[in-house]
Write a protein that binds this ligand. Sequence first.
Ligand SMILES: C[S@@+](CC[C@H](N)C(=O)[O-])C[C@H]1O[C@@H](n2cnc3c(N)ncnc32)[C@H](O)[C@@H]1O
Length: 321
Amino acid sequence: MKAKAAHSHGWLVGILGLAVGITLMVGFPKLRAVAGVVLLIAFFHLVGLVVVLGSLYSFAPDRFGRLMERFRKKAPEEKGYDFGWSWGAMNGHWLAAAALVTIAFGLQLELPWLWPAWAVVALLGVSCFVGGLLLRTSKQTDFASLPLVDLLRSDQDLVLDAGCGGGRTTLALSKVLKNGRVVALDRFDAYYIDGGGRAMLERNLRIAGLTDRIQIEKGDLTALPFPDNHFDSAVSAHVIDHLKQHKRTGLAEIFRVLKPGGRFLMVVWVPGWATFSLANAFCLLLTSKAGWRKMAAAVGFSIRDEGTINGMWFAVLERPR
Ligand SMILES: C[S@@+](CC[C@H](N)C(=O)[O-])C[C@H]1O[C@@H](n2cnc3c(N)ncnc32)[C@H](O)[C@@H]1O
């Protein structure tokens, strides 16, 4: 309770301090020294909290996830689909953008000659704002945006949604697959989705009236609980890029369970401007498009199509006949 109070107090001092400091600086130039002290206190509070959250995120992601869950508003069933994106996840980039632009503004007023520094901070702020916009488009609350690609063999396909989470991709698939069936597989243990996602998936399917057409399976993408040559097609959005050193194993597993001629739509984050706006320099740690093409070829897939959707890269891979 004490820690929670300290966190809220920190944000309050940081944000109020920024507002008061800037107002003093702009409105009362004679009080510049006071404004400077207030801004400094606000700045240290914000930086301190960002460092604490950043360290928690890096070293104890489960605790970070649980902390963020407190900010997730729980939607009652009549409110429609819920895919588990916390308030922090949806708005964090815009908060960071506001803080960066404010800092750039303060620097510009106080140290105008240091223009390269405030210009970089301002540009980072703009980049974070774009990241927030991108999140809004790709994490919309209705269903996932999937590219219109030649994926299915017929509208009676048996399709695997590998790493379905709260079911955004499952719902998108089911909208086009009127007579087929989707198997929605996940480990249901993601710390960043409320309760791991299973209850959320079941609830979303209930709302969509799809409970009878979707088979939910708990399982690991790196050791799929299905026989060889089982599915007509497969989809996996924002999952295989989470598999760290097991990405190739995940691809090989999808290859194994697809029938010859079956296609697999994969959506992943790759280094680029879009992912820079979401993850800053960390985007350079992502596997490149060339890396994915090489991995897919090594597993046996041929590439039928590729492109960009909402700033993310997709590829349609085919298991040769
Ligand atoms: C970012 S979410 C994407 C969910 C969904 N595909 C979408 O686009 O909204 C990633 C999902 O992958 C799942 N996941 C990660 N690693 C997995 C693995 N090895 N096996 C099965 N699911 C996994 C997580 O549990 C999580 O639900």
